[in-house]
Design a protein around this ligand. Structure first.
Ligand code: GLC
Length: 748
């Protein structure tokens, strides 16, 4: 195929080559009939197919609306994400779509980002592993993906022009890491360059991102395409590594490419390479095309329900108020019970093939074994309430044995294109919960929101489910979880802080004058809250079950290892309750006595297992170098500090149950460089420097202006002094030539 493509390119005119570097329209690549080059279609999105009927941005053809990324991520279930990807891939084949524009893997730097519903996590490992599974699923159906938005697109505010200023270590450990494992492991056919700038240059023309990182370091074999309308300077973008500009623009920029080649500004080889890469993807799509493909709508709907059930998180269950019994009078309050929020606004918004309604599903379960009362509670669109609506809700609550309040964020509160201004639910939702909890002590709140929210009423209710935006199957999923027809097993993939100003990005979000500084650095999410030992509303990795699990018997295959070894960790988990359930086990790593600033702990592995009542299983994790490394800018590489590391295994980032310690030898030595301003303590700490340090102390003691006695205070003061001071403190016994000689020895 490679040679065929090169031959094709050799037959093309310059204009034809340039023409392939931009779309035909919103969703298609260009064809060149003369040479038998077809056009292929790409379209959104990360949790279901959005193929506009009008070929533009209008209403889309019906497709299964799976839970959004924020919800799916809470399943922590790689296999499940792969199943979802495969199902969406089937739907793409049935609709003639060759590339799905997803997954979205941008890190949740702030809870306010309008597209957080469309992203997985605040943690790059969880995000990247789940994205890899999703990509594998979609691509297993012969459909490509477009991991997005590369990179540091963590807000909607002025996203097409804002300049994200991120230091190298933070980029590597957090924002690029969310893409890295997914790209290396699952090889998405395409990567979508983000709208924003990164450190002064648009991502769509950022050579560091598109060539150095993607091609030279990560060795991608796919193409880089722009977000829609993200290209500023097309020629510069091509040179930086952007192959395909989307959407099409009538060839306006193609002409600039032709002119640039003609004028010698752009090497034709660069253009040829991009065209070869684009043709590779086009012909791969053609080869994997399944003509007349169909898919099972009902099966996909059932899958959507299953994924929602596996992802919804039980956050509170006081007095075991849940699962509910199918008896008595059950009050259901809130418009979201009739018209649930199940997806987000913007390019991922699609037309579901059907939608489960929570209120109907609750009635279907209880039938005539219980009476179900209902009240709207608040206005569906704006979320506000009135005294009448509150009165009706309280009336229902007074008659009920238990009350389920559906609340969350109305569509208008969060979407692609804008960020939230605060973390509050609509006042109407909060007021209804407060008022109803005054007249009924058995209140369960079911939340439908795309990102973390504040819960001022948390101590006044007994149960809380977080559904996020759980797709078209949310109604049946939440009804079955409420009545114990399923055992909740989701866990948070992001921290819920107590209040917005607790969030580490708070002082620098969304930035000013089109510049946003990531001043919190690597301290994103739990990395920040745990380092500061801050109270949070609900921690990263938290979620309850209707059963209980016990963790015992952590074992490491070795306690001493080199940084290039892998380490196997074993843990026993037992279901100590009386019903089957699934448990998400998390493994974090902590460096003890680190010489660099590091998070208190970092997620480095996770697994999810099913256990019957009383069943116990031993699971294992395999850790490699990256589990212990940080990104050392001095050597521009990942570096494992020597010394002790703690392996922490737990139910959440705040509930560590088992701990083991290992000792790691590093194969790399950070090259220390010494100079006149190196403090004497650093000499003392260095094998070669200690002798010099002692020599200096001896000479200084002889004629020190600080007094000749060799007392501890002076030694301490001197140890913190730069080498150059030895001259004056020894009144010349130490001289410049000696210092130069010593530095030569030390820096060899
Ligand atoms: C949008 C989004 C991107 C989407 C594309 C096509 O602006 O940023 O995620 O895939 O345009 O709709």
């Amino acid at each position: 195929m490679e040679q065929q493509i090169k031959n094709l390119v050799s037959q093309m005119t310059l204009e034809e080559k340039a023409s392939l570097c931009s779309g035909f329209d919103a969703w298609h690549t260009k064809a060149i009939e003369r040479l038998g080059i077809p056009s292929i279609m790409m379209t959104d999105g990360p949790h279901g197919l959005r193929k506009a009927k009008d070929g533009g941005f209008g209403e889309s053809v019906p497709a299964t609306c799976f839970p959004t990324a924020a919800c799916m991520a809470s399943s922590w279930d790689r296999a499940l994400l792969e199943k979802v990807g495969a199902a969406i891939g089937e739907e793409c084949q049935a609709e003639g779509v060759s590339i799905l524009l997803g997954p979205g893997v941008n890190i949740k730097r702030s809870p306010l980002c309008g597209r957080n519903f469309e992203y997985y996590s605040e943690d790059p490992l969880l995000s990247s592993e789940l994205a890899a599974s999703f990509i594998k699923g979609v691509q297993s159906q012969g459909v490509g993906t477009s991991i997005k938005h590369f990179a540091a697109n963590n807000q909607e505010y002025r996203r097409l022009v804002v300049d994200a200023r991120v230091d190298e270590r933070t980029l590597r450990e957090i924002y690029l890491a969310s893409f890295e494992k997914a790209i290396k492991e699952a090889k998405p056919w395409t990567i979508m360059a983000a709208y924003n700038k990164l450190n002064g240059e648009y991502c769509s023309q950022n050579k560091y991102l598109l060539t150095k990182i993607l091609r030279e370091e990560w060795e991608i074999d796919g193409i880089v395409l722009s977000d829609w309308g993200a290209v500023d300077d097309r020629v510069k973008a091509l040179e930086a590594g952007l192959d395909l500009e989307m959407p099409g623009n009538g060839g306006l920029n193609d002409k600039k490419i032709v002119e640039a080649v003609r004028s010698g500004q752009l090497s034709e080889k660069v253009l040829d390479k991009a065209v070869e890469r684009i043709l590779t993807i086009v012909f791969r799509a053609v080869e994997k095309r399944k003509e007349n493909a169909v898919y099972d709508k009902e099966a996909h709907h059932i899958l959507a329900e299953e994924v929602a059930k596996e992802s919804i998180i039980l956050l509170k269950n006081e007095d075991q108020v849940l699962p509910l019994r199918e008896e008595g009078i059950i009050g259901v309050i809130g418009c979201f019970a009739k018209e649930p929020r199940y997806q987000g606004g913007g390019s991922s918004h699609l037309t579901p093939t059907s939608i489960d309604i929570p209120l109907e599903e609750i009635k279907r379960i209880v039938q005539d074994r219980a009476e179900v009362l209902y009240a709207d509670g608040y206005d569906l669109i704006i979320g506000e309430t009135t005294s009448q609506l509150v009165g009706e809700a309280k009336e229902v609550a007074q008659k009920s044995d238990v009350v389920i309040i559906f609340a969350g964020l109305p569509e208008s509160y969060e979407s692609e294109g804008y960020d939230r201004q605060h973390m509050r639910l609509p006042d109407g939702h909060n007021l209804v919960i407060e008022e109803v909890s005054k007249v009924n002590k058995n209140v369960i709140v079911v939340l439908m929101n795309g990102s973390a929210i504040e819960m001022p009423w948390i101590d006044k209710v007994k149960g809380v489910f977080e559904c996020y935006l759980a797709g078209q199957g949310v109604g049946k999923a939440i009804a079955e979880l409420l009545f114990g027809k399923g055992n909740p097993c989701g866990k948070l993939a992001e921290t819920f802080p107590k209040k917005l100003s607790d969030n580490p990005s708070y002082l620098n979000f969304p930035g000013e004058k089109d510049r946003v500084e990531y001043r919190e650095g690597i301290f994103v999410g739990y990395r920040y809250y745990d380092k500061k030992d801050m109270e949070v509303l609900f921690p990263f990795g938290y979620g309850l079950s209707y059963t209980t699990f016990d963790y015992t018997g952590i074992k490491v295959e070795k306690k001493e290892l080199n940084d290039n070894d892998t380490l196997k960790v074993f843990v026993k988990v037992k279901n100590t309750g009386n019903r089957a359930g699934k448990e998400i086990i998390q493994l974090y790593v902590r460096k003890k006595n680190s010489l660099v600033i590091r998070p208190e702990k970092e997620l480095k592995a996770f697994d999810k297992i099913y256990l019957g009542p009383g069943e116990e299983r031993e699971i294992s994790f395999v850790l490699n170098k990256r589990a212990f490394a940080y990104y050392e800018c001095e050597i521009k590489d990942w570096y494992v500090e020597e010394g002790e590391y703690e392996i922490l295994v737990g139910k959440s980032s705040r509930e560590i149950l088992l701990k083991e310690t290992v000792n790691i030898k590093s194969s790399q030595k950070l090259r220390k460089s010494f100079d006149r301003n190196t403090i004497l303590q650093d000499l003392k700490d260095d094998p070669k420097g200690e002798e010099i340090y002692n020599k200096i102390m001896e000479l200084v003691a002889k004629k020190s202006v600080l007094g000749c006695e060799n007392n501890e205070l002076i030694r301490m003061f001197l140890s913190q002094s730069p080498l150059r001071n030895a001259i004056s403190f020894s009144q010349g016994l130490v001289n410049e030539d000696m210092i130069d000689e010593w530095l030569k020895q030390l820096n060899e």
